[in-house]
Design a protein around this ligand. Structure first.
Ligand SMILES: Nc1ncnc2c1ncn2[C@@H]1O[C@H](COP(=O)(O)OP(=O)(O)OP(=O)(O)O)[C@@H](O)[C@H]1O
Ligand SMILES: [Mg+2]
Length: 249
């Protein structure tokens, strides 16, 4: 992925971005054949994001807001490099650590312990770095008793705990957080929020997606509201939340 020059204080640049998905309407060769005979379309395209432009500076905390299906997770995947835009550019500077999809980067048949090493290496940590932080990661996740159990037997909350614990113990400059605040139980959510605040005071850059509007408004200075794949508002987070509530009330 292209990088931003070292002398800039910009961490993320999103320029004229479009992400297009192809929707298939047939699911077998037979269906495709029938559709062709009937001159029906086999696929249509759908722009999940279009004309997206914004920049995020070092140390900013930005809430990405929007209703279900508006394109928030797709945007985070573009920033993390999991997806590529069909048009435009997404540039980042520094190490990006993301909690984007629950379970991404985890292998179900491996234990929690093995997955910590696997996931941390995906996030760019060496084995010795993980060795050093292993106890802190397990401590934060509070699942020590299950650390040698295969993660396919974990509850969704346990999964998120482990994923969040690994991500925050990695050396990172940009943290992307999608919906973790809604999966963990209340004490864990509080702990995550405290950790996010600590990373903020260290000057890390954050992009947070959550449907808990009041919490993100408090956590982030800035809010970008996405409505059906377009930026509908970009400004102070409280105003972004108000704009979102006003749009469908
Ligand atoms: N791989 C894909 N193939 C086809 N369509 C997709 C794909 N990924 C996402 N989409 C579509 O793109 C749109 C935006 O999805 P996205 O997951 O970014 O929404 P979201 O804002 O994160 O929603 P939610 O609040 O429900 O998490 C949706 O209509 C979704 O169906
Ligand atoms: Mg989403």
């Amino acid at each position: 992925m292209p990088k931003i020059s070292d002398d800039s204080d910009l961490r993320i640049i999103v320029r004229d971005v479009r992400k297009r998905f192809v929707l298939r309407h047939t699911h077998s060769l037979k269906e495709s054949f029938i559709a062709l005979l009937r001159r029906k379309k086999l696929t249509t395209t759908f722009d999940a994001l279009h004309d997206i432009d914004f920049e995020i500076r070092e140390g900013e905390s930005v809430a990405l807001l929007g209703f279900n299906g508006s394109g928030k997770s797709t945007m985070l995947k573009l920033i993390s490099g999991v997806l590529r835009p069909d048009q435009g550019q997404v540039l980042t500077r520094g190490r990006v650590a993301g909690l984007i999809e629950v379970g991404a980067g985890f292998h179900p048949d491996l234990s929690g312990r093995e997955n910590i090493y696997l996931n941390a290496s995906i996030l760019g940590m060496s084995r010795s770095e993980v060795d050093e932080r292993f106890d802190d990661i397990v401590e934060f996740s509070e699942i020590r008793d299950f650390i040698d159990t295969e993660v396919k037997h974990y509850s969704s909350g346990m999964f998120v705990r482990l994923a969040f614990a690994v991500a925050i113990h990695c050396t990172l400059d940009i943290m992307l957080v999608d919906e973790i605040l809604s999966v963990g139980d209340e004490p864990f959510q509080r702990k995550c929020l405290a950790k996010i605040r600590e990373l903020q005071t260290q000057g890390k850059t954050m992009v947070v997606v959550s449907h808990d509007l009041d919490t993100v408004a408090r956590l982030c200075d800035r809010g970008i509201l996405i409505d059906r794949g377009r930026v509908a508002f970009d400004g102070p987070s409280a105003e972004a939340v108000a704009a979102m509530r006003a749009s469908r009330s």
